[in-house]
Design a protein around this ligand. Structure first.
Ligand code: SF4
Length: 346
């Protein structure tokens, strides 16, 4: 993981001069900066982890490279400063995410789950999704989000969407580039009052979008948006951006296009998957949104193949996997509270 600040600490430990170095580095950093420490004392690890927790500078990574230890921590919180949309406090389990397949017709350079045309398909599959939808109906799930890779690569995406939409209003995330031929027929058959299309468009003009997603993709996505609207679908536009300036430009474009506030999503690139830059997020930054993939149940869709966000490999019964996420969230909260108390008294 690339850092904004690299600090060589040699054989320093908390007992021998490391703390003043950390304080100095915090003073010259900005919120969200990543700091890498490279040193030779293994004992620094557990103490650094405790220091990171107590001071609210989350430890993101600990590795050994050529016999030397390297730790990366993030300076402070990112949720507000980093532009990641704040969660609105919805109860855990009311929003359900399903990763339908993982393979994709695109290979965007910031994809948080490493999707691409060569990524192996890891399908939840229609029978499993039908069971999830049935069980979700008993669990007060209020909205379902489907994401791929690209869900419209699946032959049976129509049946998958119909099963989900029968349980709750369903939004499908798509790059909007495949709405022709048999897929157009599939799209046309979907219930407009229960299915929303969230289409990824990163910028008002092709340059930025195509740089991250591939040449010609902006134009094809614009066509897809027009087709989806012409078929009578509600379309949300979702941009993934790297800077405040890019976000502001896209906001102006949305204003000009008269896109309703509820149909706008602007989020920052997350430092996950194949992204080499972006907002570094840890579990404690994210209010959980139950996310199911072929590999298990995850804390949040932004890291749906990352070990630190895996909650359980067992999807069924859904009531138990939902309970596992809630319990993990409660434990996380208790832990933070305990640390806050310890920190306040120290
Ligand atoms: S960001 Fe979306 S469209 Fe791009 S590779 Fe990942 S899943 Fe595919």
């Amino acid at each position: 993981m690339k850092a904004d600040i690299d600090l060589e600490i040699g054989r320093k430990t908390f007992a021998s001069g490391l703390l003043p170095e950390l304080i100095a580095v915090l003073r010259r950093s900005r919120p969200g900066d990543l700091v890498a420490l490279v040193g030779d004392e293994e004992s620094v690890g557990p103490e650094l982890e405790t220091w990171c927790r107590f001071t609210g500078n989350p430890l993101l990574e600990a590795t050994v490279e050529k016999g030397r230890r390297r730790w990366v921590f993030r300076c402070g919180a990112v949720a507000a400063a980093g532009g990641v949309p704040a969660e609105d406090g919805r109860p855990v389990g009311t929003r359900l995410w399903l990763y339908t397949n993982f393979d994709c017709n695109l290979h965007c350079d910031y994809c948080c789950v490493r999707s691409s045309p060569t990524a192996p398909r890891r399908e939840l599959g229609l029978p499993r999704i039908q069971r999830i939808a049935r069980e979700a109906a008993e669990l007060a799930v209020k909205e379902i989000f489907l994401t791929g890779g690209e869900p419209f690569l699946l032959e049976d995406i129509g049946e998958i969407l119909a099963a989900c939409a029968a349980t709750a209003p369903t939004t499908v995330l798509t790059n909007g580039m495949l709405f022709t031929g048999r897929r157009e027929e599939t799209l046309r058959a979907l219930p407009r009052d229960r299915v929303v299309l969230q289409i990824s468009l990163d910028s008002a003009t092709p340059e930025l979008h195509d740089r991250h997603r591939g040449p010609g993709t902006w134009a094809r996505t614009r066509e897809g948006i027009q087709r989806a609207r012409a078929f009578g679908f509600r379309v949300r536009l979702a941009a993934t951006v790297s800077t405040d300036a890019d976000a502001e430009q896209f906001r102006q474009f949305l204003d000009e296009e008269k896109i309703a506030p509820e149909d706008r999503v602007i989020r920052r690139v997350a430092l996950r998957g194949v992204a080499t830059a972006g907002v570094a997020l840890v579990r404690a930054d994210l209010v959980p949104e139950v996310t199911i993939t072929a590999d298990g149940v995850y804390w949040h869709p932004v890291g749906a193949e990352d070990a630190d966000l895996l909650v359980t490999r067992d999807i069924f019964p859904l009531s138990e996997s939902f309970a596992a996420v809630r319990e993990a969230f409660e434990r996380e909260g208790e832990h933070a509270h305990k640390l806050a108390r310890i920190f306040n008294c120290a």
